[in-house]
Design a protein around this ligand. Structure first.
Ligand SMILES: [Zn+2]
Length: 449
């Protein structure tokens, strides 16, 4: 037996070496989700050279739309893969229930270390977005508009943080993480009103609040006066966007340093855009119009072929795509699609299927009336209660522009479809009895499962 002992030791040694080399052979991986609050698609193109560089190296979507024009409903869609009327965070100030597993929880279950740094109170841990995160930094540095926000107390009156601090914390978080599978979420708030406040440290220029613009707009001033004010406000907004881009560059550099050691996938998107009068409104959260919904969406990393995609994508698709990148697609259901999968057919309809505004007393004025849909080809339609409006532009302008379009009666299947969605939107489960033919047609169009 003693003659066999050295052989046994050798075997054990070999086995342990094999095991350790197996352990080392797995390339460590990072998945980094970056959400940029209130970032319009066109400002990415015009004012974010560093982020644009990421877009050019990666895959970017020309027609990505947020799930809502508010912070919490869209973030809840990103993390659950559900539409707002399904995950029930239909407005800011609501709490994401634990009825649904979040992206973070599933990645944690799959062995990822999970860490987040968020930049504003709507994503405070009290609203449920911290679920599944092992580290969640919601320690805001800048004072807020008041002591309360949507009836919630804003502790210490701090409401948000600027990008420099978020990037500092993000880099620290990356440095501190120790697992060889890591999921990060970094949220930036700078483009949000007031405008020019984040950039003030660099430019020394005064910030401009949204109320100033609104006060002027309701006075119905001469168009020239309003246009000049809008231009001034927009320029202040872009100062913050440029500041944000510089701070993002520091984060991209940090992640890039590990390029040879780590497989890093970065997803960059926004929770909604911002209106500067194009749709007859200012700010966000009150309309489901293109300026408020059209957002950047960029996927960057090894194995992602660079390019520009022209099919319609939505916030709701990020959930399935990130699960696929973590190689656990299919295990965690959601309503979106894997944007990197072979099947890149555009969703046949866009409108209530993809975006949402909380039903309210002005529902008839805003939601359900102005929706964009895509029904074959590349044409866009605007839909109200009874009519389809064909249009060549994806922009939803103010109501006056409707006259330029041709009204088509909304009837038959389409009428049934939108009735069903209006019921869903109002939280009423549809009681309509559909015959097999209608069900089949709706299924073909992607409306029912
Ligand atoms: Zn937001």
């Amino acid at each position: 037996m003693s003659a066999n002992r050295p052989f046994l030791v050798l075997l054990l040694l070999l086995a342990s070496q094999t095991l350790s080399s197996c352990g080392k052979s797995r390339v460590p991986e990072r998945i980094v989700l970056i959400t940029l609050d209130t970032l319009r698609y066109d400002s990415l193109i015009s004012s974010m050279p560093n982020t644009q560089k990421m877009a050019k190296e990666g895959l970017s979507f020309e027609k990505a739309y947020s799930s809502s024009s508010s912070t919490q409903p869209t973030h809840a869609s990103l993390f659950t893969g559900l539409h707002p009327w399904q995950h029930a965070v239909t407005a800011n100030g609501m709490i994401l229930t634990d009825n649904y597993l979040t992206l973070t929880e599933s990645l944690l279950d799959e062995g990822f270390e999970t860490r987040a740094v968020v930049a504003s109170f709507p994503l405070d841990r009290k609203f449920g977005f911290a679920r599944g995160f092992e580290a969640y930094d919601d320690d805001f540095t800048e004072s807020g508009p008041a002591n309360t926000w949507n009836e919630h107390e804003v502790e210490n009156q701090n409401f948000h943080s600027f990008a420099r601090g978020i990037t500092d914390k993000a880099i620290n978080s990356i440095d501190e993480a120790s697992n060889d599978q890591q999921f990060f979420w970094f949220h930036y708030y700078d483009p949000h009103a007031p405008y020019g406040d984040a950039a003030r440290e660099e430019t020394g220029m005064e910030e401009i609040g949204l109320p100033k613009l609104l006060k002027l707009a309701v006075k119905n001033p001469p168009a020239q006066e309003l246009d000049a004010k809008i231009l001034e406000v927009k320029e202040a907004y872009l100062r913050d966007v440029r500041f944000l881009d510089k701070q993002l560059a520091r984060l991209f550099d940090r992640l890039g340093k590990d390029k040879t050691k780590w497989k890093t996938t970065i997803v960059i998107t926004a929770d909604h855009g911002e209106s500067f009068g194009e749709d007859g409104s200012f700010g966000h959260g009150r309309r489901v119009s293109a300026p408020q919904l059209h957002i950047p969406l960029i996927l960057h990393g090894p194995g992602i072929s660079p390019g520009i995609r022209k099919d319609i994508a939505g916030s709701v698709d990020v959930h399935k795509t990130l699960h696929a990148l973590a190689r656990v697609a299919g295990k965690y259901p959601g309503k979106g699609r894997d944007l990197l999968a072979e099947d890149t057919r555009p969703p046949v309809a866009f409108g209530m299927r993809r975006t949402f505004l909380e039903p309210g007393k002005d529902l008839q004025k805003i939601d359900g009336k102005w929706q964009e849909v895509k029904l074959g080809g590349n044409r866009f339609f605007r839909v109200d209660q009874n009519n389809l409006y064909s249009g060549n532009k994806e922009d939803v302008r103010n109501e006056d522009s409707r006259a330029e379009n041709v009204a088509l009666p909304l009837q038959g299947d389409l009428k049934a479809i939108f009735s069903i969605f209006e019921d869903e939107l109002n939280g009423v489960k549809s009681s309509r009895v559909m015959d097999e033919d209608t069900r089949r047609k709706l299924k073909e169009m992607g409306y029912v499962e």
